[in-house]
Design a binder for this molecule. Structure first.
Ligand code: SF4
Ligand code: SF4
Length: 147
């Protein structure tokens, strides 16, 4: 008898108090995808490549980003344009192998590559995660990404 009373008047109210405490506290989840995620200023998402003001590509295919990349997920092939300037004929990043460490951004002497804020790039095939230069030169959301 004592056990039943203890359960009704002590254990159950105590358990419900925990439930109500979380019902009344501020939500830490969002209704994704209707609501977008509030990202940390330090968030590192999908890469993008910058252009110069005249529209030319900033990347000179020096290879430093690939050399510093701990995942070995950057591949490039250099070439020269008609003015003898070096550029990346091929530049690819395998986003499945990338660990978003940001070393490539730090190493780049031309400030050509950055990790942006884009996080919505799920895909249904592995091949779609290999981003070519043409994909990376597209202006993804960049707000605050150089911070
Ligand atoms: S963020 Fe890190 S792992 Fe990803 S491509 Fe850059 S250096 Fe490599
Ligand atoms: S992105 Fe920067 S570090 Fe990488 S090859 Fe181009 S210029 Fe060099």
């Amino acid at each position: 008898m004592f056990d039943i009373l203890k359960t009704i008047f002590w254990a159950i109210p105590r358990g419900l108090s925990v439930t109500f405490k979380y019902l009344l506290s501020r939500s830490v989840t969002v209704r994704y995808p209707e609501q977008k995620l509030k990202l940390s200023p330090r968030y590192r998402g999908l890469h993008y490549l910058e252009r110069n003001e005249d529209g030319s590509e900033k990347c000179v295919c020096c290879g430093l980003c690939a050399a510093v990349c701990p995942s070995g997920c950057i591949y490039m092939e250099p070439a020269e344009n008609e003015f003898g300037e070096r550029y990346a004929r091929v530049y690819e990043i395998n986003e499945l192998r990338c660990i978003f460490c940001g070393y490539c951004q730090e190493a780049c002497p031309k400030e050509a590559i950055f990790l942006g804020k884009e996080y919505e790039f799920s895909a249904d095939r592995r091949e779609k995660f290999i981003y070519r230069k043409e994909d990376l030169l597209v202006a993804y959301r960049k707000e605050g990404s150089k911070g």
